[in-house]
Design a protein around this ligand. Structure first.
Ligand code: ZN
Ligand code: ZN
Length: 829
């Protein structure tokens, strides 16, 4: 009797075997080339979702393929286990964040195992364990020693719902990235990491990231926001004070008809001093608050006041009015700009509203036409030729910027310079479930780092999580009260915890040596495995995680722990999983739970389905019918192998060359070599896992179709055996359980996942050629060989290019060409 495809039994069986044999254990074997295949580790929210299934299925196919191709593969997984949802669960359900998190990890680990992912479970890392976050603290202290971690008072983005500080990157359209609540502003003492020290290198490093999606690099570029230009000082009239501005268009400075200063600028008290002080101060207070609220939204209407003060334009020697306005932010550039309404759209609108003079100083370059119809009063923002610009008139913009920069430097009122939009990374969070910042405040000694030998500063277990404002740790006297490591006197601990993006900035190093006790990771192991050869994860991490991880890698390199500067030379951003036109989400009610699919169809079907329906980097639209189709496909593979088990009983037959040219054996063998080539190339070079699966389906159909004619000859039986065997092996990265089972059923000993990936024979994979005859006026003149079903246009082109045909036509164009597919080209001359 034929076995039915009992996926539950088969999948459980092989998962047990793989686990017992530690089949996916990675060793540093210097004899083999290494491949580090990494997917972004999950936050243990409780259950895996389809986005995880997709991300990890893609990685698993690559990892299994590379392993079978003879590479030494590291394919690890772990848990991004600190963070807010654990605290929210504690408030809501009264369960301790630690218990909640560990419980979720237990459940999700079982789910990942149930999917058959080929992880090396001995390397699992968990960022909420002290043996992991201890190293966050260690890295922080090293950064503190080197001035890369520092404390300052600053305005911070504050989510009133989550009761915590948010990095700029975590404010999305004015709302909290987690809960969407409108973000407010608050002034606080914060710890920062000096990512700005690496701004230039974060940009220049892009040269090594050629295998990243272009739009991700562009997003990072915009985020880092490098601008070249110049700083120029405008002296305040009747004052020693100078207002410094940054401009990217020094060539327009003769057109600067006013200065605009941010309401938060330190010079504001002096600027508003005088008879109008009360009115101006009221305006400043009101506007500064409104600006902070709307800062990240960018929808504030432009509004300003004239301070009545004047400043000297050092190039023109002219006194121009100084305005305060809400469109100049303190945290970009210097907090003051020179306004050139003729050549800047924002300044133009402002000048028009407030009737400030507009002076043209740039003309379009000679011969250029304006890109669109512009009235003379409208703004011209492009570069061109300077006019009305004193000794610089007549220069082209680029040349002028250089010469004017040099002039400012020579006269001492300015300099050529570069600024960045990137801000230092504020990592302080007033949360419980995060890495305690290892700092002690002593009245005598000041800010002191916790000694390395006292690490980790553990997250205390006994704590009340109420959701009230401020850090739960700050209310825990037993945690706060400590002694100063320097003088031994009474001292207090820092009670803020680190942004959880710190954890994910270096976890890929920890996988290389998860048990390392002296350092965050063993440098030798990191040297062996890093960089990550392929990193797979959602594009939503383009500017958060992927910039921080690059920054940490450069810092760790500068600590001498690694010699790489870029951790992920190849990043594959997988597309979203959608259903009914939108991303799967609780609020849309369109979630499909992987557990339900696992019960109904099993892991192999789910894996094949999620890989087959679209290329990894494109959106994946969930459709139940596709699932059914993949189930049928695997059942057909199962059925076909079982129907032909007797060909495997014969053992290895005669060499395949005896199948007979042109016969069914040759057709199937050719398709086999073509499929081996296609699946390998699709996985390795293009990640077109979807087309790899469809070529397996095609191959299956051909074997099925030719089966009856194959079994009548010994060569045919051998061709059938080899083809079925190849099908099983090629299927294994996608549907590993059924493939292992069939491998065993067909008499193989040893695990399929340890078998080599099959090689293809270029000669045997080649399409058989057909011979086309060429006639001119009914007479046979020549022949040529071509692949079958050559298109008519190509048949015609190739026939006419033959020298004998050209001779027969005597150089005249043919009057008519008739093509018969796979047979002949008939030319009428
Ligand atoms: Zn929030
Ligand atoms: Zn002290």
């Amino acid at each position: 009797m034929k076995d039915t495809y009992d996926f539950l039994r088969i999948e459980e069986k092989w998962q047990r075997v793989w686990e017992a044999e530690k089949a996916f254990h990675a060793d540093e074997d210097p004899a083999k080339a290494k491949f580090y295949c990494l997917e972004m580790y999950p936050y243990p929210s409780g259950r895996i979702h389809m986005g995880h299934v997709r991300n990890y299925s893609i990685g698993d196919v690559i990892a299994r393929f590379k392993r079978m191709s003879g590479l030494n593969v590291l394919h690890p997984i772990g848990w991004d286990a600190l963070g807010m949802p654990a605290e929210n669960a504690a408030i809501k359900h009264g369960i301790h964040p630690r218990e909640w998190t560990l419980g979720n990890i237990g459940h999700m680990r079982a789910q990942l195992k149930r999917m058959g992912f080929s992880y090396d479970w001995d390397r699992e890392v968990n960022s909420c364990q002290p043996d992991y976050y201890k190293w966050n603290q260690w890295i922080f202290l090293k950064m503190f020693e080197k001035g890369l971690a520092f404390r300052k008072e600053s305005w911070v983005n504050w989510c009133p719902q989550c009761q915590t500080v948010l990095a700029n990157e975590q404010v999305v359209a004015g709302g909290c990235w987690r809960c969407d609540t409108a973000v407010t502003q608050k002034k606080m003492e914060q710890w920062f990491l000096k990512i700005t020290d690496y701004a230039d290198e974060l940009l220049s490093g892009h040269a090594e990231l050629r295998k990243w999606p272009e739009h991700v690099l562009q997003m990072q570029k915009n985020w880092i926001g490098r601008s070249t230009g110049a700083h120029v000082h405008f002296g305040l009239e009747r004052s020693m004070k100078k207002i410094e501005v940054f401009t990217t268009r020094l060539d327009t400075i003769y057109g600067a008809t006013f200065l605009v200063v941010s309401p938060e600028h330190p010079a504001v008290p002096e600027l508003i001093a005088g008879p109008e002080q009360a009115r101006l101060r009221a305006w400043v207070t009101k506007t500064a608050v409104a600006m902070r609220m709307k800062r990240e939204i960018g929808e504030t209407e432009k509004a300003g006041v004239d301070t009545g003060k004047k400043a000297l334009n050092p190039f023109t020697g002219e006194l121009i009015p100084v305005w305060l306005a809400n469109y100049v932010l303190m945290d970009y550039g210097t907090g003051a700009i020179m306004a050139v309404p003729a050549h800047d759209a924002r300044d133009f609108l402002f000048a028009t509203d407030y009737r400030i003079p507009i002076r043209t100083v740039i003309a379009p370059p000679a011969g250029a036409t304006k890109p669109h119809d512009t009235a003379p009063s409208e703004v011209f923002e492009e570069e061109g030729v300077l006019v009305n610009s004193g000794p610089f008139s007549g220069l082209r913009s680029e040349e002028a910027m250089d010469k004017m920069g040099a002039f400012a430097e020579e006269k001492g009122f300015g300099r050529r310079s570069v600024i960045f939009r990137l801000r230092d990374w504020g990592i302080s969070r007033q949360r419980y479930w995060g890495t305690p910042i290892p700092i002690i405040y002593c009245a005598k000694c000041g800010t002191v780092g916790v000694p390395y030998e006292d690490l980790p500063v553990e997250i205390p277990y006994d704590v009340q999580i109420t959701g009230a404002e401020g850090s739960p740790l700050a209310r825990l006297e037993s945690f706060v009260r400590t002694t100063c490591p320097t003088c031994g006197g009474p001292a207090r601990r820092e009670t803020d915890t680190m942004d959880t993006f710190v954890d994910s900035s270096w976890y890929f190093f920890r996988y290389c040596s998860p048990d390392e006790k002296r350092l965050p990771f063993a440098p030798a192991a990191a040297k062996f495995w890093l960089p990550v050869d392929l990193y797979i994860g959602g594009v939503e991490h383009a500017i958060l995680h992927l910039i921080y991880a690059r920054f940490f890698t450069k810092v760790l390199r500068d600590f001498g722990l690694t010699d790489i500067g870029e951790p992920f030379p190849h990043y594959l951003a997988q597309g979203m999983v959608t259903k009914d036109g939108s991303a799967m989400s609780k609020s849309k009610g369109n979630i499909v739970d992987p557990d339900d699919i696992l019960k109904e169809y099993g892991a192999d079907v789910l894996r094949v389905f999620i890989l087959f329906a679209s290329p990894p980097d494109k959106e994946f639209a969930w459709a139940e019918e596709g699932l059914e189709g993949c189930h049928r496909f695997l059942m057909r593979v199962w059925g076909l192998v079982h129907e032909n088990l007797d060909v495997f009983a014969l053992g290895d037959g005669p060499p395949i060359a005896t199948c007979g040219a042109g016969g069914p054996g040759a057709i199937v063998v050719r398709k086999m070599h073509q499929t081996i080539r296609k699946v390998g190339e699709d996985i390795e070079h293009r990640f077109h896992l979807n087309t790899a699966v469809s070529s397996l389906m095609e191959f299956l159909n051909l074997i099925k179709k030719e089966r009856d004619s194959l079994i009548v000859t010994s060569g045919g039986r051998e061709a059938l055996r080899q083809s079925l065997q190849a099908l099983i092996v090629l299927l294994s990265p996608f549907a590993p359980h059924i493939a292992e089972e069939l491998w065993e059923k067909t008499g193989h000993t040893g695990l399929l996942m340890r078998s080599p990936w099959p090689a293809f024979d270029e000669e045997l994979a080649r399409e058989e050629l057909v011979t086309l005859v060429v006639q001119v006026n009914g007479k046979l003149r020549d022949k040529f060989e071509a692949e079958p079903d050559l298109a008519e246009a190509s048949m015609k082109e190739r026939a006419l290019a033959l020298p004998k045909i050209q001779a027969a036509l005597g150089g005249r164009p043919p009057r008519k060409v008739i093509c018969v597919k796979n047979k002949l080209v008939n030319i009428v001359g």
